[in-house]
Design a protein around this ligand. Sequence first.
Ligand code: COA
Length: 375
Amino acid sequence: MENQQIHKGLFGVTVDQTAVSKVMAETNSLTYRGYPVEELCEHATFEEVAYLMWHGELPNSEQLAHFTDTERGRRGLTKEQLGLLDTFADDAHPMDVLRAGLAALGAEKDRGFADAVDAQRDHAMSLLAKIPTFIAADHRRRKGLDAVSPRANLGFSENFLYMMTGEVPAPEVVKAFDVSMILYAEHGFNASTFTCRVIASTLSDLNSAITGGIGALKGPLHGGANEAVMYMLLDIDGPDAGKAWVEDALANKKKIMGFGHRVYRSGDSRVPTMRKYLRGLAMMSDRMDLIETMDAVEGTMLDAKNIYPNVDFVAGPAYYLMGIEIDFYTPLFVMSRITGWCAHYFEQIGDNRLIRPLAAYTGPSQRRVATLNLR
Ligand code: COA
């Protein structure tokens, strides 16, 4: 075992097959079940993409109507589920609240491990429908406001933004949000998805897998970057200060959040589409200065390190311009990625083998317990 090859961070290791999405670093592109994400963003809704994730094909009108009716019918939370929010401090991080809330959202009845695909999809549907209601209620609770009940005549994104503010937002805002949901939905064997698959491989239940995924996503090297990007942009004193800010951070060996990617080395497939909608939001809200600051940061990163922005660099500011509190950005990522996580859960248990890698031991050589050591 002494010459074991170590793949730190599983870099470059292919651990299994998947038919859910394909990340193509060589062309900076991404497909879900074969469809390019940018085409899905232009021609499909997030609900259609969720269906695609779980069924492998885009829905026809009848299938879509059934899917959306079911999702809309399950958005409500019980008094007890909403009451859980009151047990958290006002400044508890929303990802911690969501991780705890998920236990309550999934504990409606003892589902345990369900190996029938329909039962798994049914469970996934409840999570997809209820998680946004929980997040929106938490967002309002922290402002001292009562929860707004979901409306069954609104689509997924429209309803979520309505539950956050009590008002139906402009169609441009809804579309930008829906696009962010589509772009965040799935991305190969990323850290949180792999976490879900590890948990699935023990034949644990879907809720446990999703709870694990939330824990992995929270970290700033993964989903937490969308929040960190916005704190960074707010810390930079306008477009003229962008270059010096980045140079100073790099000189201090800091990582610039929203830049770099384990798979993409010359650009993230999701950035151009999200950037287009971000610019639309900035124009609508007369905040082109934010775009100019971002351009300064991006230009400096390219000059200094040749490192490109990832999707979090453009999604975080888009949520900011929608008026969403910064520490809710990663929970929004959960709202979307739940579709990918569940698809991977189904795929893993459909052809399962326990995920159990090896480690090269570096501790002390084998030794004896001497009587002296026990005193
Ligand atoms: N800012 C500054 N330098 C960066 C960087 C960043 N955002 N991302 C990578 N680098 C540098 C590293 O310091 C390293 O340089 P070195 O070889 O001189 O030590 C080199 O690029 C390789 O980076 P590494 O961290 O080893 O790549 P990785 O594949 O292990 O990590 C990320 C990928 C995403 C974790 C990393 O790019 C990162 O931390 N980005 C910031 C967080 C972020 O935006 N996460 C969201 C990802 S979608």
